[in-house]
Design a protein around this ligand. Structure first.
Ligand SMILES: N[C@@H](CCC(=O)N[C@@H](CS)C(=O)NCC(=O)O)C(=O)O
Length: 255
């Protein structure tokens, strides 16, 4: 029953899948994919994830993609603590948090994160005259467009404003859910909803500290403190051999 995860360590979507595996107490083979070296666009990687994104789970030779669905798969297939409620209404609520993480969480975080993390690689590609060729190999259209946009000067003020507005919206929704229920996003039980939303709620507070400092989201702050203190979260969110703070340098043969 070989289980392998291809991931990029401390990126938001990678943390979602890594955290789920750790919460279930599962052993897996970890493959670090260096996004700065475009290892996610090699033919070998595209053979398991044609979108050229991380994470990808491999179970008994079969590839599972999309972090929210990877987590549902892990919870469904493996023993260990249940991470989905048995009540169908709560399960549906849990899944709608997964959608919120994908539609709003990732969309919002990408603008400030990419404008910070992609520049060095883009500059190096420009210098070596490889930018067009490398960007043309990126499978997802919106990723290609964003690379080109960063290369041409970066995201507009409106795009940053929209990203921040999405972060505020998500915080308001989380606050409301926790006021009406709690202590977790779908009530008493820690579920995939908490796992899938955590990387975004945590990262949003770094981009917009006022979200937790201004007192407007006290329940969200308490939830974040509670969830961040879980031993699995501490392990997954801290730099480690599996998840270096900075991606390892280019391998010697390619230097
Ligand atoms: N919806 C996908 C999104 C995956 C995704 O965009 N992952 C990012 C890292 S968080 C990635 O691979 N980015 C490619 C890049 O930065 O070039 C999922 O949740 O698995």
């Amino acid at each position: 029953m070989a289980l392998e995860l291809y991931h990029a360590g401390l990126t938001t979507c990678s943390k979602k899948a890594r955290l789920c595996l750790h919460e279930k107490g599962l052993d897996y083979i970890s493959h670090y994919v260096n996004l700065r070296e475009f290892e996610n666009h090699t033919p070998e990687y595209l053979a398991i994830n044609p979108n050229g994104v991380v994470p990808t789970l491999i179970h008994d030779g079969k590839a599972i993609v999309e972090s929210t669905f990877i987590n549902e798969y892990i919870d469904e297939v493996f023993p260990g603590p249940a991470l989905s409620p048995s009540d169908p209404v709560l399960r549906a609520q849990m899944r709608s948090w997964g959608k919120m993480a994908d539609d709003y969480g990732l969309a919002a975080v990408r603008i400030p994160t990419w404008s910070r993390t992609k520049l060095a690689a883009i500059d190096a590609l420009k210098e070596s005259n490889n930018l067009d060729a490398v960007v043309a190999r990126i499978p997802l259209m919106d990723h290609r467009d964003k690379y080109r946009q960063i290369a041409a000067g970066g995201f507009s003020e409106k795009e940053f404003e929209d990203a921040y507005a999405k972060m505020d919206f998500v915080y308001d929704r989380v606050e409301l859910a926790l006021q009406e229920g709690g202590p977790y996003l779908v009530g008493e039980m820690f579920t995939l909803a908490d796992i899938n939303m955590l990387p975004f709620i945590d990262q949003f507070a770094k981009y917009r500290p006022q979200l937790i400092d201004d007192g407007a989201h006290p329940q969200t702050k308490a939830w974040l403190d509670r969830v961040m203190a879980r031993p699995t979260v501490v392990k997954v969110y801290n730099p480690s051999d599996e998840a270096p703070a900075r991606p390892p340098a280019r391998s010697q043969s390619a230097a």
